[in-house]
Design a protein around this ligand. Sequence first.
Ligand SMILES: O=C(O)[C@H]1NCC[C@@H]1O
Length: 342
Amino acid sequence: MRSTKTIHVISAHAEGEVGDVIVGGVAPPPGDTIWEQSRWIARDQTLRNFVLNEPRGGVFRHVNLLVPPKHPEADAAFIIMEPEDTPPMSGSNSICVSTVLLDSGILPMTEPVTEITLEAPGGLVRVRAECRNGKAERIFVQNLPSFAERLDAKLEVEGLGTLTVDTAYGGDSFVIVDAAAMGFGLKPDEAHDIASLGVRITNAANAQLGFRHPENPEWRHFSFCLFAGPVERTAEGLRAGAAVAIQPGKVDRSPTGTALSARMAVLHARGEMRPEDRLTAVSLIGSTFSGRIVGTIRVGDRPGILPEISGRGWITGIHQHLLDPSDPWPEGYRLTDTWGAR
Ligand SMILES: O=C(O)[C@H]1NCC[C@@H]1O
């Protein structure tokens, strides 16, 4: 065996969405902050291509790079690599990272509860893990400050006419559409249509509305389209279906923690969710994230919320990615048969 790289990965998923974690073999990228380091990874593309493209990756894969934290309060830091974006934060990925850090012993676990602080590119996130028999069974993440940006905005989408949408930030940027109004019951067999339509809606929102984060001028696009199901009031609290179209055209298998945070910000802005409420988001595969509003905050010039989301993660394997020097595709490849729904 020969290799010019050896990248050590612990693979995981959170409520169905893959979030692998690079635990060794990659030197920290340059940058004074985790955000700057994540911009370097996004510009450089070498690591992203190596782990996200075929033959090592695929459009379903997200990969997180552990790096030494910069903030004195952080126990660990991570850079999130999604198929097309290198975002400020991710719910499912932060749950995968927490699960890997605790279940593999990288950080010490205390039962029944372990508290750690993670540094995401977008800022610090506090994590509380319920742990039993050496397993982090449920991860609670206090996500980045989240806010509703526009309520009831008009958006023209070719072939669909004029849609009424909300836009919001929940650690990443969303255009939110009413799933029922678009004829979706949020069933598994709608995944392809949701993926392709969602990408068209996201692209239209980027062209017509534009996104602005008051404190991070470098994050100025919509990443995702959330198809939001109707909110039902049950004995256990609020419950709603959620399907998120991720670029270049796939549906999140998890209920999407950033989408749940964005949706809670919108519901709060409309006066439809109170601090004592719990909102459970249900994905197309029936997995759930639970969310609550732990406080309110200003995000620059906007009123916002501090959301907490929770879900479960599981380790699925250990990989060592290698690169033989004679391999003609050191950065892999992608083809449109799988890279992008149409
Ligand atoms: O849970 C989330 O927030 C994410 N899942 C994959 C894409 C999003 O970052």
